[in-house]
Design a protein around this ligand. Sequence first.
Ligand code: GDP
Length: 194
Amino acid sequence: MPLQLRFVTSATRHGDLPPSDAELALVGRSNVGKSSLINALANRRQLAKVSNTPGRTQLLNLFELPGGGTVVDLPGYGYAAVPMREKAKWQRMIEGYLLGRDELRAVVVLVDAAVGPTANDLETLGWLRSHDLLVKVVATKHDKVKPSKRDARRRELAERCALPTGEVLWVSAAKRVNIDELRRRVLTWLDDPT
Ligand code: GDP
């Protein structure tokens, strides 16, 4: 069943977000397929915008589930064409949220199955772990990896993220692969992330 995600609000400061029972954050480099995945989870076409123009205003977007849990969509990182000053501003916003949001249970890091993890992804994973944040890795765009290469790619990607192969869920928003499994995991992670 689709996740009944309801968009509640956008904010630039975590202090402006409404309280939550439990929260998951979604992060990933821009273009990793985060918006497409949120839309697939909710089975909605435009809940999160799918865009090829990163650099637009970046905000913390909060979605609520009927049970009281929330999912926060964080701005994508690693987009080269954004001015340094703007990047520094986003970074402060994202770090402020990740370190200051008491409701945060786990951070779901999206990694492109075909090209990841990038240096940026690894830096993000390292930073999150160094701050004792619980990290879950989901590999996106599963359909872009040739079936004959998938086993090797799966092992390599997980190893580079310092995780057992089975800990990384491979999904495709485009081909609807493992979307139900990710829905189940989102609910489990909100309930008991360990
Ligand atoms: P975001 O910047 O992380 O929110 O990424 P988007 O959801 O906007 O997707 C970036 C691009 O990747 C778009 O052109 C999407 O159509 C494409 N994309 C997203 N998910 C998939 C997928 O599962 N498979 C394939 N092949 N392409 C995808």
